[in-house]
Design a protein around this ligand. Structure first.
Ligand SMILES: *[C@@H]1O[C@H](CO)[C@@H](O)[C@H](O)[C@H]1NC(C)=O
Ligand SMILES: *[C@@H]1O[C@H](CO)[C@@H](O)[C@H](O)[C@H]1NC(C)=O
Ligand SMILES: *[C@@H]1O[C@H](CO)[C@@H](O)[C@H](O)[C@H]1NC(C)=O
Ligand SMILES: *[C@@H]1O[C@H](CO)[C@@H](O)[C@H](O)[C@H]1NC(C)=O
Ligand SMILES: *[C@@H]1O[C@H](CO)[C@@H](O)[C@H](O)[C@H]1NC(C)=O
Length: 430
């Protein structure tokens, strides 16, 4: 299946010269510096008041100074120490800068006052991030995020600015660099790659994977459905026989003619393909004008008429966006409406916490209309499913009991609507 993925990819927050800061005033501080970049280490609060201090790596004194001692710095060429702020800034970090450092301070009698350790780890920052997506056979979408060269990259994902939910994620947890999204998930997907020294976000606008349907048309009178704009795979025969000739026609024209497994003509050539070995005819970019009755007429090698089978193809606009709107009624009941745009013949069904709604929860409407009223005090994860013959979209909302007004609601109306609210007394809400 082709990915209908689009198309604009943004790279956010790429920093070319990376700089990190680390507070090293506590013994045992863990600091991270970017390879090739700069680290600012807070070694002490104010060096001007310390009689004598030494900063060492193993037995090598890197930095030495004090009240009456002139400052010496082994890394002079690529670093600077600011006594009044106690910060040591090291540029052009390399892997050899990593290791354990110690700060030792002395009083005027030469007595050691402090001896503090700091571990510096050098990490290659996240530079380029690659986001790749691929449609799987059932319309799921596999998305991989990869970064080059970064040390210990950690991955996380958001869709339309919220964490991925179980209703969107098919496999892969959100901490791996490759996830599989369920069918019909769309929106702004962001992969964040970070390590201790950097973070890069990469964004891609995803559309559902080319919606497709399959129909077994091997029986005379088969009813097939294809998604508008999508693909239908019609099983015309089990396997084309090289000894036969086939004609595939609609009411007014010969669409395709196959002889000895060679396609001699195909009017829909640009957007269709016939695979003799599997007997399937695949039509892409379906439009309403593709609807109608088709016939397959088969002849054997000496022209004897073998079969004449009809197939009815119906084109439906798939379910795209679904809107789920809860509303509190005066007695604390909750009315929830589910609506979809553009889909042909949508059918609605509901579940609450993964089970069908029961009489003790449902006040009115049945589960096949697109609006229901729930009794008072019903709460849980309510899911509206909208489907037709070519597609299905689920939308989920976490409902709390009514009798409160929902304010400060955060709604993410894309695939999932979450409501996280502050509650106060009142009768109505929406
Ligand atoms: C250190 O400096 C202080 C003033 O900053 C001065 O009074 C003292 O004599 C100096 N001590 C030594 C050993 O140089
Ligand atoms: C550091 O100490 C010196 C001497 O006590 C003082 O003059 C200076 O203002 C201090 N610096 C800061 C940043 O506190
Ligand atoms: C240094 O040693 C002398 C004598 O033992 C003592 O009186 C003084 O307080 C010490 N100074 C510091 C800063 O500890
Ligand atoms: C038959 O197929 C042709 C070619 O795709 C098309 O132009 C024509 O409108 C179709 N006729 C009917 C009745 O569907
Ligand atoms: C709504 O949220 C904003 C920002 O989080 C907060 O400042 C405000 O107090 C909230 N309003 C109420 C009524 O809770």
């Amino acid at each position: 299946m082709e990915a209908v993925i689009g198309l604009f990819v943004l790279m956010l927050g790429v920093s070319h010269s990376v700089e990190t800061y680390c507070d090293g005033t506590q013994n045992g501080a863990q600091c991270y510096g970017p390879l090739g970049g700069t680290v600012v280490l807070q070694l002490m609060n104010n060096a001007s008041e310390i009689h004598k201090y030494q900063w060492l790596k193993k037995n090598t004194v890197i930095l030495e100074g004090g009240m009456n001692i002139s400052l010496s710095n082994r890394l002079e060429k690529r670093s600077s120490f600011t006594p009044s702020s106690g910060t040591f800034r090291i540029n052009k970090l390399s892997r050899t800068d990593a290791g354990e450092y110690r700060l030792i301070t002395f009083d005027s009698n030469g007595t050691q006052l402090e001896n503090r350790a700091l571990r510096l780890t050098i990490q290659a920052p996240v530079s380029s991030v690659l986001l790749d997506s691929e449609c799987l056979s059932q319309g799921e979408m596999k998305v991989s995020c990869s970064s080059q060269g970064a040390d210990s990259p950690q991955y996380s994902w958001t869709l339309d600015n919220h964490a991925l939910t179980d209703s969107e994620l098919l496999s892969g947890n959100t901490e791996t660099n490759s996830i599989t999204l369920k069918q019909h998930v769309s929106g702004k997907l962001v992969c964040s790659v970070k390590n201790k020294v950097s973070r890069v976000l990469k964004e891609v606008q995803i559309s559902t994977c080319g919606v497709g349907t399959y129909c077994d048309g091997r029986q005379n009178g088969a009813q097939c459905y294809g998604p508008m704009g999508g693909t239908v795979v019609l099983q015309l025969m089990t396997k084309a026989s090289a000894r036969h000739r086939y004609q595939w026609l609609n009411k007014t024209a010969l669409i395709m003619y196959v002889r000895r497994n060679i396609i001699l003509s195909n009017r829909l050539e640009k957007r269709s393909s016939f695979t003799p070995s599997s007997g399937t005819f695949r039509i892409n970019k379906l439009s309403r004008t593709d609807a109608g009755e088709y016939r397959l007429i088969t002849f054997d090698s000496d022209g004897t008429h073998l079969e004449n089978r009809a197939l009815q193809l119906t084109i439906q606009a798939p379910v795209s966006s679904v809107l789920l709107v809860p509303e509190c009624l005066s007695q604390g009941e909750m009315k929830v409406s589910c609506s979809s745009q553009g889909a042909d013949s949508p059918q609605y069904s509901w579940t609450l916490d993964n089970h069908a709604l029961t009489d003790s929860e449902l006040l009115s409407a049945n589960t096949e209309t697109n609006s229901i009223t729930l009794k008072q005090h019903v709460s849980g994860k309510l899911v509206c499913s909208v489907k037709n013959k070519v597609s299905r979209v689920l939308k989920e909302v976490q409902i709390s009991t009514c009798g409160f007004i929902f304010i400060n609601c955060t709604t993410h109306t894309h695939t999932v609507m979450l409501i996280s609210c502050t509650l106060t007394d009142s009768q109505t809400a929406h």
